[in-house]
Design a protein around this ligand. Sequence first.
Ligand code: HEC
Length: 427
Amino acid sequence: MRQRLLATLFLIGSLTAEAAPLDRIERPPGDWRGPVFEPRFDFPKTARREAHPWTAISFRKDPKQYLRLLLAYALDGQDRSDWRLAKNNVRRWYHVPWLGLDATGREFIHGLTRARDFAPGELGPAQAACRQNWGLAFYNDLGGAVLRKIWGQGQREPNLNALPFPEGTVAVKLVFTEASQADDAKLKGAPELLANIHAATARGGLACAPSTDAAGKPAPRTPQSLRLIQIDLAVRENRASYKTGWVYGSFRYDGTMAGDDPWAKLTPLGLMWGNDPQLSDADAAAGGAPRQSIVFAAGKGFGRGGRMNGIADERASACSSCHMAAQWPTVAPMTAPGSWTEAKCWFRNLDARYPFGFPPGVEGGCSDAAALESVRALDFSLQLAVALRNWSMERATAAPVATGIGRLVRTGGTLSVGEHESLNLKR
Ligand code: HEC
């Protein structure tokens, strides 16, 4: 096994015709002398025993303290200049495999993947042009042990029976932006990170550089320094298990705060543990507020109907609403549509036992039991959804499969898909 993992690590980054077992990441140019991303895929067999201080705090009664303890845990011992997970001597964190490969996939410098852009003006009137955002996410030991069962045992198919993640699993996502202090005063002094992001086209203009060119091929990229704007946290919580099973929280960097330590300038925005199914758009417009989200700046939630969401996230959605759509194959979009009649499907409270299923109007629509038999829940991990799509694309390229679109093949309890066209991962 050890040898196999070493062999795997050796192959990462290779763009040769052979399939690399855990990822295929773009290669640095030959003359590159800067840092190069080192994925951490040496997943543990078992997680180490450790204290989880936030479990002593009620996330409902003292959400700020709960979030502070979680953030301290996420930052503890980390290499905050290059985010090399292996440099952390306090605890182990792991990357999700198979996030390279597609046009928005892992770049070679620090392993970031492209996230949702800031449209012009989103950060305020000073932000005239669109700005790219790029994310870097990782799971703690408990999550790593699940990733090992899914990917790391040398089996040909990802083993989704390893899900759900156990209580205490923590996932962290750092969001770095192309925007600067000139766009938003709050970005003053933000920690920076170099990343190979999409290069503006010769035409320039106010739009963000697309991730693909006119022919649908991955667009050119160029190294650029980005700034930390958001840190997202997700924790598997037994106390939320009567809702979604996860608590989601977010911090925003605020450089207008006094002091010299930028890491002390991360301000908590709020948290959520359920989607408030009863809160319709009309109710929210009439002054109704969510009960399963706590947003600290009252009435200023970045999510739908005042639900919790991050500053860089899609406003028609909310953290746990979007993540609840993590399933394989991805047969429904992540983001809720405009009309509440359909959107309410995205604001149910489903836990890891129930896949999201098909969207309204397709195959019997929202929560059709028969359709659900062919779809597997990914326990709210959207990185896993992206990874499975990439893995299936890689496999399709390596050995084209002639099955019908989205047809599922069940093999010994694990699941694979014949084609990837049915996937609908809109960011
Ligand atoms: C509209 C969709 C959407 C919303 C809303 C959203 N996310 Fe995500 N999130 C994603 C996608 C897609 C990924 C995986 C790809 C990536 O890492 O960029 C992801 C990845 C993550 C990860 C890494 C683990 C995982 O599940 O893959 C964490 C942690 C996370 N998000 C937390 C949050 C939090 C906290 C919020 C709210 C403040 C939030 N997200 C809102 C789409 C969303």
